[in-house]
Design a protein around this ligand. Structure first.
Ligand code: MN
Length: 278
């Protein structure tokens, strides 16, 4: 499956508390290809799964089993530890196109209990030349029902015209990830495969879009906690990473069990441990 990693970038690690963005597909789904991710653990982050086309079956160590379709939101909070798998639903063929985002949890909640939410209905805002869906946070006076541990926002944009104006928060930094089509922002053409970072200090944003453009707008107050990201974990230091590594490699139950037809993913050895051995 073609994956474009929009975040983190070497020069841009976070946008608000958003710390990871993988844009998957579009790709045809067959019995050999499609969305299949074996059981793996997470720590200290929320996963936000948003599907443009196709379906995926979510299973996690809390016992959640949730089919997610286009236009619906899965929000999984890892806290001190969770494991999950994503399976291609049996007999689901067609095209798969999605984005998976992570939000770093703040110190206040990152050692808390894991949780899972599914939202089939989300607030939608009509724009002059398009429509915005509020995945997380507040936008244009509407609020998503999704849990939020920091001041951040995630918006799906379905755009179709040369002059679209989006209301923004002055104190938030923002970035666009184009999923389909193209955006013209202040003379620069943004296409899939890039993270377009806007910075903070704007109360609105005017842009143009080709007729069938889909994009994600991420934003938030700059995240002021220093994070360490490795594999599927967001932590603060190597000692915490080592602990998570040990839990998953020993399969000691810390991350729970996922009832999946796929075998669990083995954890790689962290680079700092590999160098200790040599
Ligand atoms: Mn995952």
């Amino acid at each position: 499956m073609p994956i474009r990693r929009a975040l983190p970038q070497r020069t841009r690690r976070t946008v608000g508390a958003w710390c990871f963005a993988d844009h998957a597909g579009p790709v045809p789904v067959t019995s050999e290809t499609g969305p299949e991710i074996a059981p793996h653990p997470h720590l200290g982050l929320q996963t936000v799964t948003w599907i443009v086309s196709g379906e995926v079956l979510h299973r996690d160590s809390l016992g959640s089993e949730q089919l997610i379709r286009s236009g619906e939101l899965n929000l999984m909070t890892a806290g001190k530890g969770i494991a999950h798998a994503e399976e291609r639903p049996i007999n689901e063929f067609g095209s798969f196109h999605a984005i998976q985002l992570w939000v770093a949890q703040p110190d206040a909640t990152r050692n808390g209990e894991p949780a899972f939410e599914h939202h089939a209905e989300l607030p939608r805002v009509e724009l002059d030349q398009g429509e915005a869906t509020v995945l997380v946070g507040n936008f244009a006076g509407l609020t998503s029902p999704a849990r939020r541990d920091t001041e951040h926002v995630g918006i799906d944009l379905d755009l179709r015209g040369p002059k679209v104006v989006l209301p923004l928060e002055l104190a938030f930094e923002y970035a666009f990830i184009v999923l389909n089509g193209a955006i013209d922002f202040e003379g620069r053409i943004l296409e899939p495969g890039y993270l377009a970072y806007l910075g903070a200090g704007r109360d609105e944003c005017a842009l143009g879009a080709t007729p069938a453009t889909r994009a994600i707008l991420l934003g938030g107050l700059p995240f002021d906690e220093s994070i360490l990201m490795w594999w599927n974990f967001v932590a603060r230091d190597r000692a915490e990473m080592d602990e998570a590594f040990e839990h998953w490699s020993r399969d000691d139950g810390w991350f729970g069990q996922v009832d999946s037809r796929i075998d669990r993913v083995p954890v790689p050895v962290p680079p700092w441990r590999a160098s200790m051995r040599s």
